[in-house]
Design a protein. Structure first.
Length: 271
């Protein structure tokens, strides 16, 4: 049974431009199932240095970092674990007695999903996006052995830099590009202003074999719905969210839940 909130309760949190509910529900449900004296709360901020200073000053145990803070947060931390240092992108902060270390659990989640989906490392891809999550996906693809890919990003500076870092091509818009693996790492299809946007042209979706969308809310984006209608293999942002949140949970608590407990928490988080 989870203890009542007290002065000893440990707080974990998230920071995002548009906070969602998945992480909050996932972590808090696992705390309940495991009887852990933790609470998890989502936040947004216009003052990133102040928010990170608050994590340190108030003894907040851990913090998930989402768009657009994954790179901007790095100078505010005391160090980076290998997963974050390798790609200069942080999605997780762990606070050890006032020392803040950045991790990247997106990277391991992406690799695990590509592995479990039996995606051949020889598969060519088109990846749309150039932010912190795009770095994690591009690094995962490169480290699995993918050598043929194109980064699509309107921001030429960021897009070319990302492509050059991992040995891929770049172009500004999808145009008539096709590839067996299409990956959306932009807000297109996300709940809000871009909810009805299609991340790739219909012809590209029809020509692909695998559609991968990192958008977690909603779980069924226009891109994934179109891929399902065309009978394509899909990898969803909800799957990414669950795997990366599970790794965060273990980093924060030191406890590894059972597969059954994870499934219960993930179902609750999506409900």
């Amino acid at each position: 049974m989870k203890p009542a909130i007290s002065r000893d309760t440990l707080l974990c949190m998230s920071l995002a431009a548009r906070p969602g509910t998945f992480g909050t529900r996932f972590h808090n449900r696992l705390y309940e199932l495991l009887g852990l004296d933790y609470v998890y709360k989502a936040f947004t901020t216009q003052d990133l240095p102040g928010a990170i200073g608050g994590i340190r000053a108030l003894g907040i145990r851990g913090c998930a970092i989402s768009m657009p803070f994954k790179e901007a947060v790095i100078p505010l931390l005391d160090g980076l674990a290998g997963s974050a240092a390798a790609i200069d992108s942080v999605n997780t902060i762990v606070n050890e007695a006032g020392t803040l270390t950045g991790y990247n659990t997106d990277y391991s989640a992406v690799r695990a999903l590509l592995d479990s989906g039996d995606v051949d490392p020889g598969t060519a891809f088109v990846l749309r996006g150039s932010g912190g999550m795009a770095k994690a996906v591009a690094a995962g693809l490169r480290d699995r052995g993918h050598r043929h890919g194109t980064i699509v990003a309107r921001d030429e500076g960021r897009g070319r830099a990302l492509a050059d870092s991992y040995g891929f091509a770049w172009q500004a818009e999808p145009g008539d590009l096709t590839a067996p693996l299409l990956i959306n790492v932009t807000p297109l299809g996300m709940a809000g202003a871009d909810a009805e946007a299609l991340a790739f042209p219909p012809a590209a979706i029809e020509a692909c074999a695998i559609a991968f969308d990192v958008v977690a809310l909603p779980a069924e984006t226009p891109f994934l719905r179109a891929a399902a209608a065309a009978g394509k293999q899909r990898i969803t942002g909800a799957e990414v969210a669950m795997l990366q949140a599970l790794e965060q949970f273990v980093l924060y608590t030191g406890v590894t839940p059972s597969d059954e407990q994870v499934a219960i928490a993930a179902d609750f988080a999506r409900g």
